[in-house]
Design a binder for this molecule. Structure first.
Ligand SMILES: Nc1ncnc2c1ncn2[C@@H]1O[C@H](COP(=O)(O)OP(=O)(O)OP(=O)(O)O)[C@@H](O)[C@H]1O
Ligand SMILES: [Mg+2]
Length: 497
């Protein structure tokens, strides 16, 4: 895992434009065998585009790609894969109804030119790949039955079985729990020790610094920093990414005399959560935290009617909200931003403006006439307030970077001016600068009397946004903590116990 030796990959002067937008300008990148390189940068800075160029998915307008010292003027995904450059895509591109062994061995089987699938050989291939990362999985299990973390493991093993020399992961930890992230970081260490290089994109700066030896920072498509990870810390990294210092937010002071907004009593859903009771005042930000399987996501969904509890009551301003009815929940002023916004929240081929303004036609209809431009103006206003980088609001949402797509969903809900907003992982996949902005927006909304529930396992985020934090363990609320009275270490301790 030495950082010297011949480079595996050398990109120089890579430039890529999309319809006049400079996604990448003159970017260079060197990766050596056994080295983990982190690609850092704000949303829309060009990270995914650089990965697409490196893996042959997109052709650069200018620049050279050298692999093992050999120049590839036009590299296709097949050529990249043949050179051992493999991307773990966010959807993992697995075959859901095939087994673990079949998924891991598929590329190796195809490459061997074997006409007949040989189960014993496939099992051997799969077992060897799993052993290389020190993991165990049931080889016969169908991939669709696996957790996200295990699917990711299968995708990594498939790359290994196909002789990967560089594994590229674009935000691999966003859908993982804290514990699964630890496991993944351990796997990355083993890959490096095994001589496999890793290119890693993540907005979580602590894990970037922990596992990578080299950091490259992009800003607006240009490389602004490049050096050993040891020369950076979270603050300097975020300064390079944003070009400024990020102020730590804290929640606005709470008005103790504010009226009760939400009352939850004895809410129970078998196998998910049990006898959950709490209340929330107007202007209050309440955090809900807990490990995987603690019931936090089911509880969040129940508040918005997406999960029907068997017992208990939800009251908003004293009115009982019918259980298990998202339309009634939305009509009574509850907004819900889902955890998986990329699949649950967006109409990818529709325009950015349309995605924000959707569901707002009623509010903008006067005497039966839709005032299209007031709906648009409102949507534009929210896009601006969330600093969504939109060159053209009529462009399809698909053309935005991942983090900016997420802000579009947030903008849509904010445009509906709910009185209670349930945010499930409000800044997952969002860069440090925008994260601070989103925290500022939460404080702002609360100061204007909105109730906000933040579901998150990002402890600094909970402490920066919440007045109170509920801790869930095994479906029960075991703690109700005043956020101002607790340190991050103490909160982590209570979550783990
Ligand atoms: N297919 C496309 N058509 C038009 N513009 C695109 C396309 N793909 C990317 N872009 C633009 O290129 C720029 C870089 O996007 P990219 O996806 O590389 O950012 P990123 O650094 O991966 O951001 P994030 O952290 O949000 O995922 C953005 O301005 C984006 O809108
Ligand atoms: Mg991206």
């Amino acid at each position: 895992m030495s950082a010297d030796g011949e480079p595996l990959v050398e990109l120089t002067g890579i430039t890529k434009t999309y319809a006049g937008i400079h996604a990448l300008s003159d970017v260079g990148l060197t990766i050596r065998p056994g080295e983990a390189v982190s690609l850092a940068g704000e949303n829309g800075s060009g990270k995914s585009t650089l990965i697409k160029v490196l893996s042959g998915v997109e052709q650069p307008d200018r620049g050279t790609i050298r692999i093992d010292g050999e120049t590839h003027p036009h590299m296709s995904p097949r050529q990249a894969a043949a050179a051992g450059i493999m991307v773990i895509f966010q959807d993992f591109s697995l075959f859901p109804n095939l087994s673990v062994a079949e998924n891991i061995a598929v590329s190796a089987e195809l490459a061997s030119g074997a006409r007949v699938y040989n189960a014993a050989r496939a099992h051997g291939t799969a077992r060897r790949a799993l052993a290389r990362v020190g993991a165990e999985l049931d080889l016969q299990a169908r991939v669709e039955t696996l957790s996200v973390a295990h699917k990711q493991l299968v995708a990594i093993c498939r790359a290994l079985a196909a002789d990967a020399r560089l594994i590229i992961m674009d935000e691999p930890t966003t859908a993982l729990t804290e514990r699964e992230v630890r496991t993944l970081l351990g796997i990355i260490r083993r890959l490096k020790a095994d001589g496999v290089a890793v290119l890693f994109v993540s907005h979580k700066l602590a894990e970037v610094l922990e596992v990578c030896e080299h950091v490259v920072v992009l800003r607006n498509g240009r490389k602004v920093a490049d050096g050993p990870a040891a020369e950076f810390d979270a603050a300097s990294l975020s300064r390079h990414m944003t070009g400024r210092d990020i102020a730590q937010t804290s929640p606005a002071p709470l008005d103790e005399a504010a009226p009760l907004l939400l009352e939850v009593e004895g809410l129970t859903k078998q196998g998910a959560f049990e006898d959950v009771s709490f209340s929330l005042r107007a202007g209050e930000v309440l955090g809900v935290s807990g490990l995987l399987g603690s019931g936090r996501t089911s509880l969040a969904k129940a508040l918005f009617g997406l999960v029907r509890p068997e017992a208990g009551l939800i009251r908003l301003r004293g009115q009982v909200i019918p259980a298990g009815d998202p339309i009634a929940a939305a009509a009574s002023g509850i907004g819900y931003v889902p955890e998986d916004r990329l699949t649950e929240g967006l109409f990818l081929t529709q325009s950015i403006l349309h995605n924000v303004a959707i569901g707002r036609t009623e509010a903008h209809t006067r005497l039966g006439v839709l005032a299209g431009h007031s709906a648009w103006a409102e949507a534009m206003d929210w896009l601006r307030r969330l600093s969504v980088k939109v060159p053209d609001p009529q462009a399809p949402v698909r053309s935005l970077s991942g983090g900016n797509q997420q802000r579009v969903v947030l903008a849509r809900w904010l445009a509906r001016t709910p009185s209670l907003l349930v945010l499930n992982g409000p800044s997952v996949g969002v860069d440090v600068g925008s994260k601070a902005e989103i925290h500022g927006i939460i404080a702002d909304l609360a100061a204007r009397g909105l109730g906000v529930i933040v579901i998150s396992d990002d402890l600094p985020e909970l402490l920066a946004t919440c007045h109170r934090i509920l801790v869930m363990v095994d479906g029960r609320v075991v703690d109700d903590i005043a956020a101002a009275a607790i340190s991050e270490a103490e909160l982590a301790h209570r979550l783990a116990s």
